[in-house]
Design a protein around this ligand. Structure first.
Ligand code: PMP
Ligand code: PLP
Length: 482
C-alpha cells in the first residue's frame, strides 16, 4: 500500500453502538497470536479438530481457462484445478484443505484477504492510510452486522427513496427507520439530502439527526440508476458537512455496461486494456474518501456466484476491528470450502489479470442482455403510458407507469392501481416486481408508480416475450387499442 502524504481516518467512537463499545472479542481466538511468539511451541490450546478427521483428500473444480469464459468453451477447454489436504506442508500451495477447512479468524483466511485487499488497492486506491478489508459472508450479513455496530433502536438513517427491500427489512426490527432521500435519473440528489439534514427537527421526528447513509450508488436496486462521479463528490461533501457515515453497498459495481447506442446503431467496442476498463468505471465513494467515513461492501454474489456466500468490507482500521470482533462471535470465518474454491480460481488460476478479463466478459454479457430488454420495450410498450431510462449498470430495468392516465385514477390509490396492474401482468404470463415493495419508508408520501424487471435471469427470447406480455397487460389495464 502507498501511504505517502495520505491522512489518517477519522475516529467513529461517537457513533458506535453500545454492543460495539463493550464487546471485547473472542478470548480463545485471541490466543492464536501466542502460537507465533515462540518457535517450536506445541499447541494444546485452541479447540481445533485435527485435520486427520476431515474426510476430504482433495477437491477438484473445472473452471474457465483465461479468456475462454463461456459455458460452452468451459465445457471444452476448461481447466481442472485441484486442492490437496496437505498442499501447504508439501510446498505445493499457500493454502490447502487442512487449513481452509479448520477454524479461522472472523476476518477470513489471510490468503483470500490478501487477494481482495490487492484488488481493492488497484481498483479504488482509498486516499487515506489506515484502511483495511475483511471478508464477510455476503453483503446481506455485512449490512446486518453494520447496523448492529453503528446504530441504536430509534435511529433514522438515510437511503434512496426506493431501495433494496431486504435492507429495509433488516433495519426495521432493530428499531431503525429509513428516511427517503429524493432521487432522479442520476440517483440521490445532494441538495435534497442537505435540506433533510439541515432542517432535521429532533422533536418533530422523534429521533436524533441521521448519522448514516445507506446507498447503492451503481446500478441501484431497484431503480438501476448510477450516480455520476461529480454528483458523488457533491454527496460526499454533504456527508462531511453533516458528519454522515456512508455505507456503499456495491454488488453491481462490476456490472457497469457499455454505453447504450439504441437499436440499429453500432455497438461500442469492449475496453482494449485493463487500464482502459478501470478508467470506464465510475469512481466509488471509497476512492474519494479522505476521511475514512465510507464503509464499502463488495460481494462475489453477482460476479462469481451468490451461493459462495463471500464478500468483503473496506473501511477504516477502527471499524474493521470492531467488525472482526463481532464476526469472531457470530458468523466466524466465511465457509472454508468456499474460500478455498475462490482462492484456487482467483489467485492461483486467473490471478488479478484473469479476473479483470472475466469482469470485462461480464460487462459485455450484461450489455447484450440490457440491449435485449430495451429493444423489447421499444417494440412492445406503449410509450404514452410507460417510460424509462436505459440502465448503465446492474441487472434492473425500472419502468415508470403514468398512473394518472389510468381509468380508475383518482378514485383508486397508486398502490391499488399498482396491484391491479401487477395481477394483470401475472394473468398475461409474466412477473415483474411492484415498485412500492421498494419504498425506503412507507410513511413518506409517494407520487410515482414503477415496476422493476430484471434482464439478469431469463434467456433473450424469454425476456422479449415477457416484455410483450407486460405491454399487453398495460394496454388492457389502460383500455388502449391493441
Ligand atoms: N458451541 C460450543 C459449545 C462449542 O464448543 C463450539 C465450538 N468450539 C461452538 C458452539 C461453535 O460451533 P460452530 O463451529 O458450529 O460455530
Ligand atoms: N445488496 C443489494 C443492493 C442487493 O441487491 C443484493 C442482492 O440482491 C445484496 C445486497 C445481497 O448481497 P449478498 O449476496 O452479498 O448478501
Amino acid at each position: 500500500k502507498n501511504y505517502e502524504g495520505k491522512p489518517m481516518a477519522k475516529r467513529w467512537d461517537h457513533y458506535f453502538s453500545h454492543e460495539a463499545r463493550v464487546r471485547k472479542g473472542n478470548r480463545l481466538k485471541g490466543a492464536a497470536k501466542f502460537l507465533t511468539s515462540k518457535p517450536g511451541i506445541i499447541s494444546l490450546g485452541g479447540g481445533l479438530p485435527s485435520s486427520e478427521y476431515f474426510p476430504f483428500e482433495d477437491i477438484s473444480i473445472k473452471v474457465p481457462a483465461k479468456g475462454k469464459f463461456s459455458e460452452a468453451e468451459t465445457k471444452d477447454s476448461g481447466v481442472v484445478i485441484t486442492a490437496g489436504k496437505h498442499d501447504l506442508a508439501n510446498m505445493k500451495s499457500t493454502y490447502d484443505i487442512a487449513t481452509a477447512f479448520n477454524y479461522g479468524q472472523g476476518s477470513g483466511s489471510a490468503q483470500l484477504l490478501r487477494w481482495v485487499t490487492e484488488h481493492t488497492e488497484f481498483v479504488h486506491s482509498p486516499p487515506y492510510q489506515d484502511w483495511q478489508c475483511t471478508l464477510t459472508i455476503g453483503s446481506t450479513s455485512g449490512w446486518d452486522m453494520t447496523l448492529r455496530l453503528m446504530t441504536r433502536p430509534g435511529d433514522c438513517i438515510l437511503a434512496e427513496e426506493y431501495t433494496f427491500s431486504a435492507a429495509v427489512e433488516t433495519a426495521l426490527p432493530l428499531g431503525i427507520r429509513m428516511v427517503s432521500v429524493p432521487i432522479d435519473a442520476d440517483g440521490l440528489i445532494p441538495e435534497a439530502m442537505d435540506e433533510i439534514l439541515t432542517n432535521w427537527d429532533v422533536n418533530e421526528k422523534g429521533a436524533r439527526k441521521p448519522h448514516l447513509l445507506y446507498t447503492i450508488p451503481t446500478g441501484q436496486n431497484p431503480t438501476g440508476a448510477t450516480i455520476p462521479g461529480p454528483r458523488r463528490r457533491e454527496l460526499y461533501k454533504v456527508c462531511q458537512k453533516h458528519d454522515i457515515f456512508i455505507v456503499e453497498d456495491e454488488p453491481y459495481f462490476f456490472l457497469q455496461m457499455q454505453p447504450y447506442t439504441g437499436a440499429g446503431a453500432p455497438d461500442v467496442p469492449p475496453p482494449s486494456s485493463h487500464n482502459e476498463f478501470l478508467k470506464t468505471l465510475v469512481p466509488s465513494f471509497l476512492s474519494m474518501d479522505t476521511d475514512g467515513r465510507v464503509l464499502r461492501m463488495d460481494s462475489f454474489s453477482k460476479v462469481i456466484a451468490p451461493g459462495s456466500r463471500i464478500g468483503w468490507l473496506t473501511a477504516s482500521e477502527q471499524f474493521i476491528h470492531k467488525y472482526q470482533q463481532y464476526a469472531d462471535v457470530s458468523t466466524q470465518n466465511p465457509s472454508g470450502i468456499s474460500q478455498l474454491v475462490l482462492f484456487k480460481l482467483l489467485d492461483e488460476h486467473w490471478g488479478h489479470d484473469g479476473y479483470l478479463d472475466w469482469l470485462i466478459h461480464m460487462r459485455m454479457e450484461y450489455t447484450k442482455r440490457r440491449d435485449v430488454i430495451l429493444g423489447a420495450c421499444e417494440k412492445h410498450l406503449p410509450r404514452s403510458i410507460v417510460s424509462w431510462n436505459p440502465p448503465m449498470a446492474g441487472m434492473f430495468h425500472w419502468m415508470q407507469v403514468d398512473f394518472k392516465q389510468h381509468p380508475d385514477y383518482p378514485q383508486k390509490s397508486i398502490e391499488t392501481i399498482e396491484e391491479e396492474i401487477f395481477l394483470r401482468v401475472i394473468d398475461h404470463g409474466a412477473l415483474v416486481m411492484r415498485g412500492s415493495w421498494f419504498y425506503a419508508s412507507e410513511e413518506d408520501a409517494h407520487d410515482t408508480l414503477f415496476f422493476r424487471a430484471t434482464y439478469g435471469a431469463a434467456r433473450a427470447d424469454q425476456i422479449e416475450e415477457a416484455v410483450r406480455r407486460f405491454g399487453e397487460a398495460i394496454r388492457d389495464e389502460f383500455k388502449l387499442a391493441k
